[in-house]
Design a binder for this molecule. Structure first.
Ligand SMILES: NC(=O)c1ccc[n+]([C@@H]2O[C@H](COP(=O)([O-])OP(=O)(O)OC[C@H]3O[C@@H](n4cnc5c(N)ncnc54)[C@H](OP(=O)(O)O)[C@@H]3O)[C@@H](O)[C@H]2O)c1
Length: 343
């Protein structure tokens, strides 16, 4: 009886006690569940994405991130409400919910402010639902809130075989976009299956290709540096560049984030007939929290109607977080990885 009670109260989470490589991710067992305070909910996690952004948090190179170890990575999660703190209305124990946590979701249980939880429609697969939170909201908002693409327009998506790239393609296809996607050869079949025209960035010149088709209406670029410049040049008059990450810097391939920011701001104000503005899911959520809930809700509806199906290459266990990070940093993942928790 005693040990059963202890087992019920204990839970696992993945933590880092220092920034570093995948080996700093360790599984730790706690012997008491966290208790929700007023206005909070305890969530029993069912699925958490493992993403490139989590690897940046783990390495301590995620721009603007002020937390220091010990901490758990985990930018998003789907789970069920397990316990409510006082004063929480509008949520029920047992209900499935999602959240953009930024960090902390590699765990079996976590406490969240109740008002940041978004209800997940009954019947959705937790792994597919969690794919909507960071990657698909990013793709959706860049397409529809920032670039404001119109049906049938042309776009260029870099990293098209990755988590955000595949989301851009799936959502762009619903809008009949003509989509070009840079990816290494191993991901070309995936890009094609999602309606994209693959470009092997390692052997082909994407700028020349885009100029040959008359330029694109929007380019989505998380690679950074020289790539931003070439993406901007790929635009037709009236086109928009949406830079949204610094993949190369995060991978230690050089570059300068401050310089990139300044260049993009300059291109945006110069009278060149094109626009350029950074996208950040966190900044937009802070500025307009209702958009986040609305857009995530719209994505859950698309998922429920069977109009989208996220490319999940692997479902792994919480204990496999280090292996998941290794695969992501080797660019060995076609689509995305989801960590399945409390199965
Ligand atoms: N601003 C935001 O709010 C926001 C939100 C989510 C993610 N992000 C950022 O977006 C980026 C992508 O995230 P993700 O989760 O999609 O990562 P991911 O799943 O690891 O995908 C990145 C992809 O880029 C490809 N790639 C690497 N170098 C490339 C290059 N030079 N040109 C074209 N493709 C290249 C990689 O595979 P191959 O090399 O094999 O093709 C990989 O498939 C990250 O920098 C992340 O931090 C930003």
């Amino acid at each position: 009886m005693g040990s059963e009670w202890l087992q019920e109260m204990s839970y696992k989470h993945v933590i880092i006690t220092e920034f570093g490589g995948p080996e700093v991710l360790e599984v730790v067992e706690e012997n008491a569940l966290p208790e929700p305070g007023a206005g909070e909910a305890r969530v029993k996690i069912l699925a958490a994405s493992a993403t490139f952004t989590d690897t940046m948090v783990r390495k301590g190179v995620y721009y603007g991130f002020k937390e220091t170890p010990p901490l758990s990575p985990g930018y998003d999660m789907v789970g069920v409400v397990d316990k409510l703190g006082v004063g929480v209305t509008g949520l029920k124990v047992g209900q499935m919910v999602a959240d953009l946590t930024v960090w902390g979701a590699y765990t079996e249980y976590m406490i969240r402010p109740a008002d940041s939880l978004v209800p997940v429609p009954v019947g959705l697969d937790p792994a597919e639902a969690v794919s909507m939170v960071l990657s698909y909201v990013t793709a959706y908002q860049m397409l529809h809130r920032i670039a404001k693409v119109k049906r049938g327009q042309k776009i260029l998506a870099h990293g098209a075989g990755g988590a955000v790239g595949t989301a851009l393609l799936e959502l762009g296809r619903l809008f009949d976009l003509e989509m070009y996607g840079t990816a290494s050869k191993s991901k070309h079949e995936l890009v094609k299956s999602l309606g994209g025209i693959p470009i092997d960035y390692k052997s082909e010149d994407f700028l020349a290709k885009m100029q040959a088709v008359g330029g694109v209406d929007a380019a989505f670029d998380a690679i950074s540096g020289e790539n931003f410049k070439r993406s901007f040049k790929s635009l037709k008059k009236g086109g928009a560049l949406v830079p949204y990450g610094f993949y190369n810097q995060a991978m230690g391939k050089g570059g300068n984030v401050a310089l990139d920011y300044m260049s993009v701001m300059l291109w945006n104000i110069l009278p060149n007939g094109r626009k350029a503005s950074f996208y950040s899911i966190g900044d937009l959520r802070k500025k307009n929290p209702e958009w986040f809930k609305e857009d995530l809700g719209a994505l859950f509806d698309l998922l429920k109607e069977g109009k989208i199906k996220p490319a999940i290459e692997r479902r792994m266990k919480l204990e496999d977080a280090a292996q998941a990070h290794k695969l992501i940093e080797q660019a060995a993942v076609k689509g995305r990885i989801v960590l399945m928790v409390n199965e």
